[in-house]
Design a protein around this ligand. Structure first.
Ligand code: ARG
Length: 458
């Protein structure tokens, strides 16, 4: 009972590859420093490689009666290569070992998440490029406000996920220092070369305080926090797609592969995937809260509480990875109903501001123009029509400043096309932005490239 409660192999077995990789680097360093002989090094390295191969091939099962993955690897190694296996742990503690394994694992996840976000961005950009002149209502308070384009609307999400990628790069840079060699908390009396193990494992260098090294989980909290933001962004996007896919809107149609039928109502096609991604946001936020709370008030250095960092964060990482992948597929196959969007933009007085600007252009003070258009909108509502559908005499009955050129002034193409401030939906402005996005996506993720020994110093 106590043993089971204490054990972590049920979940830290996921760190198997990192544990082997970290151990191999440690052993190479021990031999280089003359702490182990070359023969000892070679038999340990051979043993570790054999264990990895057999576990990967399914020939060796990770023994879950061991307390954790570290004890499993060491016990299996010793079984294979004899007593020399026991020398692997020279100058090392499970505290710096687990700190290293977790860091290696999270570092990979940061890179993978970045790549998934990049794929998502390239789908968003394709939709943007195809819809620079797809007009739709822009909303505030979920009420039609001013006309925009689908490219512009999606462009907002491009910015969000681009920032998410920037966060990945920053987290990577901050976390990429190696805790190995910190020992239990106070370093060791063996002449370890920490620079060497750090470079073997692709870190910028060793961490600088051994107590902090074994008890720092900031990088993990930062990562889960960044993942929470990814989920927040995904959940907003999902919410909009759910609304747009509804029978009332019909702006978009989710592909059958990403929706499900109702078991009782044959007319329904439910946006389950979008809803699930939206719903899973909660468990990722939950992981963040759990980690912050676990770490709160912990005295230096290692405390067993920290073992609790794994299950929730593994779950959060798995969740976010699958959410980004599924969402990207859903977006890639989404059908856009351009006519429906355009009609909706026309019917919602989204050109009212432009009609007021038109009057201002004819010399009417803005305040007066605002109230004239207010009356005009009421008139249209009564007649169940739109500004651009009124006849010139009808328009003139409200203000004699209206002329034939009003129709062009309030057309969607004009209303949107004139909005040419950088970042606005006008086609010319939009094309500048999509071109910049293309360049951005063409760049490889140099910042994240993990080339051992190639990075800058501390
Ligand atoms: N399973 C432990 C963890 O995940 C490994 C470190 C154990 N260290 C110790 N002193 N008991 O944190």
């Amino acid at each position: 009972m106590v043993y089971d409660f204490n054990a972590s192999i049920g979940f830290d077995r996921r760190l198997f590859h990192q544990d082997i990789e970290g151990s191999a680097a440690h052993v190479k360093m021990l031999a280089r420093q003359g702490i182990l002989t070359e023969d000892e090094r070679d038999s340990i390295l051979g043993g570790l490689a054999g264990i990895r191969e057999e576990v990967d091939a399914g020939k060796l099962v990770i023994d879950e009666t061991c307390e954790d993955i570290h004890s499993f690897v060491e016990a299996e190694l010793t079984r294979r290569v004899g007593d020399v296996g026991k020398k692997l742990h020279t100058g090392r503690s499970r505290n710096d070992q687990v700190a290293l394994d977790m860091r290696l694992y999270v570092r990979e996840q940061v890179v993978e998440t970045d790549q998934l976000l990049k794929e998502l961005l390239s789908v968003i950009l394709r939709v943007m490029e195809e819809n620079i002149e797809t007009y739709m209502p822009g909303f505030t308070h979920l009420q039609k406000a001013q006309p925009v384009t689908l490219a512009h609307h999606f462009g907002a999400y491009f910015e969000m996920f681009k920032r998410d990628r920037q966060r990945m790069a920053e987290i990577y840079k901050r976390m990429n220092y190696c805790p190995l060699g910190a020992g239990a908390l106070a370093g060791t009396t063996y002449p370890l070369d920490r620079e060497y193990t750090a470079s073997l494992l692709g870190f910028y260098g060793p961490t600088m305080n051994s107590m902090d090294s074994v008890s720092d989980r900031d990088y993990l909290i930062e990562f889960i926090s960044a993942l929470s933001l990814v989920m927040m962004h995904l959940s907003r996007f999902c919410e909009e797609i759910i609304i747009w896919n509804s029978n009332e809107y019909q702006f978009v149609e989710i592909d059958d592969a990403y929706s499900t039928g109702s078991s009782i109502m044959p007319q329904k096609k439910n946006p389950d995937i979008a809803e699930l991604v939206r719903g899973k946001t909660g468990r990722v936020y939950g992981a963040l809260m759990a980690l912050l709370t676990t770490m709160k008030s912990l005295p230096l250095a290692y405390n067993k509480d920290m073992q609790e960092d794994k299950e929730v964060s593994f779950d959060a990482m798995d969740t976010v990875r699958s959410c980004i992948m599924l969402f990207t597929g859903m977006l890639d196959t989404l059908k856009v109903n351009k006519e429906r969007m355009e009609k909706s933009a026309m019917n919602g007085f989204t050109n009212a501001t432009d009609a007021a600007d038109y009057l201002v252009g004819k010399g009417v003070p803005f305040r007066d123009a605002h109230s004239i258009i207010g009356r005009l909108v009421l008139y249209c509502i009564e007649k169940n029509t739109s500004i651009d559908a009124l006849s010139l005499p009808e328009l003139k009955s409200i203000s004699d400043k209206f002329e034939e050129d009003i129709y062009d002034a309030v057309s969607l193409k004009t209303c949107v096309g004139k909005r040419l401030t950088f970042g606005a939906p006008g086609a010319e402005a939009m094309r500048k932005v999509t071109a910049l996005h293309r360049d951005y996506l063409a760049d490889e993720t140099i910042d994240l490239a993990c080339v051992p020994g190639k990075q800058g110093g501390m």
